[in-house]
Design a protein around this ligand. Structure first.
Ligand SMILES: Nc1ncnc2c1ncn2[C@@H]1O[C@H](COP(=O)(O)OP(=O)(O)O)[C@@H](O)[C@H]1O
Ligand SMILES: [Mg+2]
Length: 252
């Protein structure tokens, strides 16, 4: 482990029934790094995120975040400690407005109660507007989530994850369902935020153009195992990786 190691995953495994979905995976992420995780559908990428963010309990192995053992720490505590995530499937309150959704994230991060949410509609309004501007949703604050375009929903989700001011953000297919023309801007937004806040990011992404243009490092998962972890150039010429992809497996 180096001084600038932010996340260290050691030999982590997870079984569902008799199936080992994450199989002795280990890697580290350094501060400021933008690391991508790729692999065919069902490779175990989302489960790996669930293990790191505390939603799923590992069967063996260890996870260290900021030098502390966080292997079995709850997601809400990890979030307060600086680790947030977005979900592959939208995780917003569809019946509420953009403003209410962002405010809820800010409030939960600040450990305020639901009562305060209803008692004071103006609570954290500056912060909510700041987060909305950060993801370019400032003109849609009073729209109901149901009225938002799908790409805008993904940006809202990003704002909600950023509201916790994470040091490490886990992004699970943030461009999934987002129209092609909006993908570049969404990723640029993430990159800009990383620079502005000295944030580190782990990205699961199926769009290889995006992966190879943004990632400092790429890890490849296949059937629960990490089969490669290297620079984009080295990944591109890695024989094992080529075998997985040329073998007809769908990239995800
Ligand atoms: N809660 C669960 N119970 C049982 N099987 C699961 C569960 N979550 C994921 N799996 C299985 O684990 C495998 C890996 O899934 P996942 O981590 O979602 O892969 P990926 O994100 O790479 O597509 C899949 O076969 C999936 O069906
Ligand atoms: Mg997934």
């Amino acid at each position: 482990m180096n001084d600038d190691t932010l996340l260290l995953v050691e030999n982590i495994s997870k079984r569902f029934g008799s199936r080992t979905v994450v199989d002795q995976v280990g890697f580290e992420v350094r501060r400021g790094e933008f690391m991508a995780i790729i692999g065919p559908n069902g490779a175990g990428k989302t489960t790996l995120f669930n293990l790191i963010s505390g939603g799923v309990r590992s069967d063996s192995g260890r996870i260290m975040f900021k030098g502390r053992d966080t292997t079995h720490v709850r997601p809400d505590l990890l979030c307060r400690g600086g680790l947030s995530r977005t979900f592959q499937i939208n995780n917003v309150f569809a019946g509420a407005s953009v403003r209410e959704n962002i405010r809820l994230s800010v409030i939960s991060f600040r450990r305020k109660s639901w009562d305060m949410l209803t008692a004071s509609k103006g609570l954290f309004s500056d912060e909510v507007e700041r987060m909305a501007s950060a993801v370019k949703l400032q003109d849609q604050l009073d729209k109901s989530v149901q009225e938002l375009a799908y790409g805008d929903r993904r940006r809202l989700e990003l704002a909600m994850a950023l509201a916790a001011e994470p040091e490490l953000i886990l992004l699970d297919e943030p461009t999934c369902g987002v129209p092609l023309v909006e993908r570049g801007p969404l990723i640029e937004l993430i990159q800009a935020t990383m620079q502005m806040r000295a944030m580190t990011a782990l990205l699961i992404e199926h769009d290889m153009d995006i992966v190879f243009s943004v990632a400092d490092r790429i890890a490849v998962m296949y059937r629960g195992r990490l089969i490669a972890d290297d620079t984009p150039d080295a990944i591109q010429s890695n024989a094992k990786v080529q075998e997985v992809y040329l073998g007809g497996a769908a990239v995800a």
